[in-house]
Structure formats: C-alpha cells, structure tokens
Design a protein. Sequence first.
Length: 189
Amino acid sequence: MEPTYQTLPADLPVPVDDGAAAHLTGMRLPDVSLAATDGGRVSLARLSGRTIAYAYPRTGEPGQPNLVPDWDAIPGARGCTPQSCGFRDHHAALIARGVAQVHGVSTQTSAYQREAAARLHLPFTLLADPHRAFAMAARLPTFEAGGAVLLRRLTLVVDDGVVTKVFYPVFPPDRSAEAVLAWLDGSEA
C-alpha cells in the first residue's frame, strides 16, 4: 500500500531530546547561501526581522516508496509533509504576528523540493542543503537512513540572524506551526 504523506499514523514513536540542539539558542547562524525553491538563494544569517526556519528530514514523493522500509519506526522521521502543510495553513497567522519570512530546510535537492512546494501550494520557500554545508556549520542534529544523512526535525525562531528559540524535538510534526504560534502569543515558554 502506498504511504499517505498528508496524515500521520497514530502509533509513531516519540523522539526524545538528546541535547543535540541545545547549542543553537543564542547562536548567530553561519552565513551559508542555500538554493531556494523560487530560484533564488537565501542565507538565514542575512535575513532581517523574524524568521521561522524549520528543518525536516525529507518530504515523501507520491508513487515512491519510503527511504527505508521501517521509516515510520524512526522517532521523528515521519511527518515532513504534514509539518510543511501546517506552516502553509498557519502562514498568514505567523505573518500577522510579525514573522517576516518562513523557510523549510532539508538535505533534499532544490529540484526535489520544488516539486513538493508546488504540490503542497506552499506560500514560502524550501531551502536545499544537499551537501549539508549549513547543517554542518550550524551543527544541526542529523541521523542516517538508507545511506543518506538527514536533518532531525527542529524549528528555529531567528531574529536578524540570531536564534532566539529552538523547538526540538518537534512532535507531533503536524502541530509544529501551532507550537510556534503559541510561543509567539506568549502562552508557551
């Protein structure tokens, strides 16, 4: 049976906070230019105002199998499409709360991401880090599956290139944008 990428199974394992993102709060992000799905390039370090950047392992591709047969058993792996759709559905609310821009980041290629951005009707860009230049410079948490090194799911609130807040681990992924909104509204520390 083909995976349904827009919904999450009820029995997904919950990722634990392994401390791999603890160093990010207060960090000035490295100035690494990434290809964006709109054809431009973006350095999260150079953006003015408040940015929401969410890192995710990889979006599923319709008609293609999971990267590895036990993808759903890897804590935090499943849920990239629902997470992106959550940021899409809450994009206007984020902007209304002073967020200047939203970006998704993965190690997938820009071509792969363009397909997902178009299919999901994302009102923001996805940023490609296929060689993990940004991920390594920022020391983002990663994991390996199917011979590929992928980003662990996390969300950063970045103000003028400096990380103000880190959400890690992110679970459930489809509620990631809602967690950011709650934090912006001051109802979650």
